[in-house]
Every structure is written in structure tokens, then in C-alpha cells.
Design a binder for this molecule. Structure first.
Ligand code: ADP
Length: 215
């Protein structure tokens, strides 16, 4: 969680007041009360809470201001809490015996940057990225005969994410590991050694979610 941001849940009326101050600030308590058809006294506790929580600021003889910095923190916190489950995209999966040539075709057809390879049980076995494919394309091997299993990044070196994790966790993992995407997985067995791929999170997912939340 962000430092300094408490998580007071605002009431409907407090949200209304916040919106009025946001749109019209600086605005006096009397003017806010008029807009809500309330008395100044009825409004006082809510204004006190919002001021104390830092959502709005009061300046003597001027009125109430909206706290922009605070709003940015609210948006950031909202972003941080989003679950991978709600943003994951469909994963493009190939069999480990698929040829590099077919994988390249698949990459273009599906318009993705990464493919996931699964073994005969349907368990995640490898990750094949654009650079992996380019590297094999400049080698002298026959791409029709070369299986992706030879060029992929394989288990247990795959960085994965679970649906219950947050977008923040995903963003951090991608940056730390210098990778563009993460397979979203669910455990296939008790010892958590095999996984099914149930989605993918990419840097684009993060950017899209960011825009969605801000807008
Ligand atoms: P690109 O190759 O298009 O730059 P990446 O930066 O995602 O794409 O991939 C860089 C390398 O990291 C590749 O060798 C790829 O196989 C590997 N890689 C990609 N995603 C993962 C992941 N989730 N876990 C482990 N390795 C990965």
C-alpha cells in the first residue's frame, strides 16, 4: 500500500461533496450546503472528515479546495489493488513439438509478442518470445524442423503470476525480470510443480489498465 494513504471509505454524501469541491473549488461551506439542499450545520461533520482525511483543504475566507495530490494517490491506490484475474488476456498456446516456423506464423496470426508452450499433459513448459524466434531465424537451422522446445525459456525458469495477485505485482515482476509478459497460471497438482496457463498479462495490459483507471 502507498505510504500515507489511509483507506477511509467515503459515504455517498462525502463523495458528492468531494465532486462539488473538485468542480467548483474554491467554494465556501455555505455554497456547498446550498447545492445539496442542506444546512451548513448538517454538512459540518462531513466537511470535517474530508478535511481531516486530506481529500479537501480549507482556507480561511476563501473556502474549500480540492487536494489534487491526494486524488492522484487515490487513483494510484485503486490501480495497485486491481486483480490480475480482471485484466488477463487470452493466452496463445502451442505444443512443445510445434516448429519454430509455425510458431512465427502463429505469432503474426494472433498478433501477440509471446507464445506459451505446453507439454503433452497441457502443463506450461516454455515461453517463446519474439527475440527467441529471431535468434533461431538467424541461425542456419531449418525452421520447419526445429521444435520450439529447443529455443524456448523453460520451466522452472518461467516467471508466472496468479489471478489473485495484483497488477502491481505483475508490473513489478516484468520490470525486475526484464520481460514483456507473464503467463497467468493455476496449479495443476498439489505440490505446485505443474501449472495450467489460464491467461497472460503484458506491459500493454498494464498501460491499458492505467488509462482506464485514470480516465
Ligand atoms: P522479447 O524477446 O520480444 O524482447 P521478452 O523481453 O519478454 O520479449 O523476452 C526476453 C527473454 O525472456 C526471452 O528469451 C523469453 O523467452 C524470456 N521470457 C519472456 N517471458 C518470460 C517469463 N514470463 N518468464 C521467464 N522468461 C521469460
Amino acid at each position: 500500500m502507498l505510504k500515507g494513504v489511509d483507506t477511509i471509505k467515503l459515504t455517498k454524501r462525502q463523495e458528492e461533496i468531494l465532486q462539488i469541491v473538485k468542480d467548483n473549488g474554491p467554494i465556501t461551506g455555505k455554497q456547498i450546503a446550498e447545492r445539496l439542499f442542506l444546512t451548513r450545520a448538517a454538512l459540518r461533520p462531513d466537511l470535517a472528515i474530508l478535511t481531516m482525511a486530506g481529500n479537501i483543504e480549507a482556507r480561511p475566507r476563501v473556502g474549500y479546495f480540492y487536494n489534487e495530490e491526494r486524488e492522484m494517490m487515490r487513483q494510484a491506490e485503486k490501480f495497485i489493488k486491481q486483480k490480475v484475474a480482471n485484466y488477463k488476456a487470452h493466452p496463445i498456446v502451442v505444443d512443445i513439438s510445434t516448429s519454430v516456423y509455425d510458431a512465427i506464423v502463429q505469432l503474426f496470426l494472433e498478433d501477440v509478442g509471446t507464445l506459451y508452450a505446453v507439454d503433452e499433459n497441457g502443463y506450461l513448459a516454455g515461453v517463446i518470445s519474439r527475440k527467441d524466434l529471431l535468434r533461431s531465424a538467424i541461425s542456419n537451422k531449418s525452421l520447419e524442423k526445429l521444435p520450439v522446445s529447443v529455443i524456448m525459456t523453460r520451466m522452472p525458469n518461467i516467471v508466472m503470476i496468479k489471478p489473485e495477485n495484483t497488477l502491481y505485482d505483475a508490473a513489478k515482476l516484468m520490470i525486475i525480470n526484464h520481460i514483456d509478459s507473464l503467463p497467468v497460471v493455476k496449479e495443476a497438482d498439489q505440490d505446485a510443480k505443474s501449472f495450467f496457463v489460464i491467461g497472460r498479462i503484458t506491459k500493454t495490459t498494464i498501460t491499458k489498465a492505467y488509462l482506464e483507471i485514470i480516465e
